[in-house]
Design a protein around this ligand. Structure first.
Ligand SMILES: Nc1ncnc2c1ncn2[C@@H]1O[C@H](COP(=O)(O)OP(=O)(O)OP(=O)(O)O)[C@@H](O)[C@H]1O
Length: 266
């Protein structure tokens, strides 16, 4: 089947795309106010390549969200280094974050929610509106710019959150179980939407999910993490081609990947 299991060696290149950010032996120990400590990440080495879709899967509590927050710059490292190709990201605008629950301001219209990061970074109003409208069109919400978040379905709210994460063309988009709260049909539809948005924007995406199927369907590479202290046990290049569609789910290679990933998670 040609499955390549990449045993991690720090200097190893995993793809021909340029490395956007390189995590070298990154560790995280949380300390509580009572002095207890939790080793959330054992030394973790990972290169993220420009334009790739990389998923992180692993058991609950293995440090997926911690690794994502470290990449965002929100969470300080305990040890190791994080090296960005063009220098560290500037606060907020270089990193787009999408959470499981879309964080939208309930009193603002969808357009104003999507425009919000640009207002914070002082783009002109006309420029911000134009950009936000382009992003709403990209995620299929062009007709809903005046709606309030409560007037949209869960899937539509999550599209708005994705539009907002993309509005300032971040260098990397970090998604923490963005479709975990959606019903399965909506989730499938959102997966296809995300593939289309990715193809149109060329974004680099790091995606945390509990769904092996979602990871296999969306990803160029899947990093499998093992339980605490979290570490990456393997990275797989998925040989399913760059163009994904529902048809791939009937492909024997897809089943093979599901089986491989499921075994590794056990
Ligand atoms: N702010 C914090 N303070 C103390 N411990 C924390 C904190 N955040 C996470 N942890 C601990 O670090 C470990 C990793 O947590 P993290 O949320 O990164 O895991 P996860 O793989 O994303 O889990 P899940 O899949 O359940 O969301 C867990 O044991 C968790 O309890």
């Amino acid at each position: 089947m040609g499955h390549k299991v990449e045993k991690l060696k720090p200097a190893e290149k995993t793809s021909s795309l340029p490395v956007l950010v390189s995590a070298q032996a990154v560790t995280k120990i949380y300390r509580s106010r009572h002095g207890d400590s939790v080793e959330a990440l054992a030394p973790t080495t990972l290169d993220i390549h420009e334009g790739e879709f990389l998923s992180l899967i692993g058991p609950s509590g293995c440090g997926k969200s911690t690794l994502l927050r470290i990449l965002s710059g929100l969470e300080p490292l305990t040890g190791g280094t994080l090296t960005w190709r063009d220098g560290p990201p500037t606060a907020g605008s270089d990193v787009g974050f999408v959470f499981q629950e879309p964080v939208l301001l309930p009193w603002l219209s969808i357009l104003d929610n999507v425009r919000f990061p640009l207002d914070v970074f002082r783009a002109s109003r006309a420029e911000a509106n134009e950009r936000a409208r382009a992003m709403l069109a990209l995620v299929g919400l062009g007709a809903f710019e005046k709606s309030l978040p409560k007037e949209l379905s869960g899937g539509m709210r999550q599209r708005a959150a994705i539009a907002r994460a993309l509005v300032y063309s971040p260098r990397i988009v970090l998604m923490d179980e963005p479709f975990g709260a959606l019903d399965l049909l909506t989730r499938d539809r959102m997966n296809d939407e995300l593939l289309r948005i990715k193809a149109e924007t060329g974004s680099t995406i790091v995606f945390v999910t509990h769904s092996i199927e979602e990871a296999a369907y969306l990803s160029d590479r899947v990093a499998v993490m093992s339980a605490r202290p979290g570490r990456i046990s393997a990275i797989h290049h998925l040989d399913l081609g760059p163009q994904r569609s529902e048809a791939i789910k009937d492909d024997p290679r897809f089943y093979q990947w599901l089986s491989t990933l499921r075994k590794e998670l056990r």
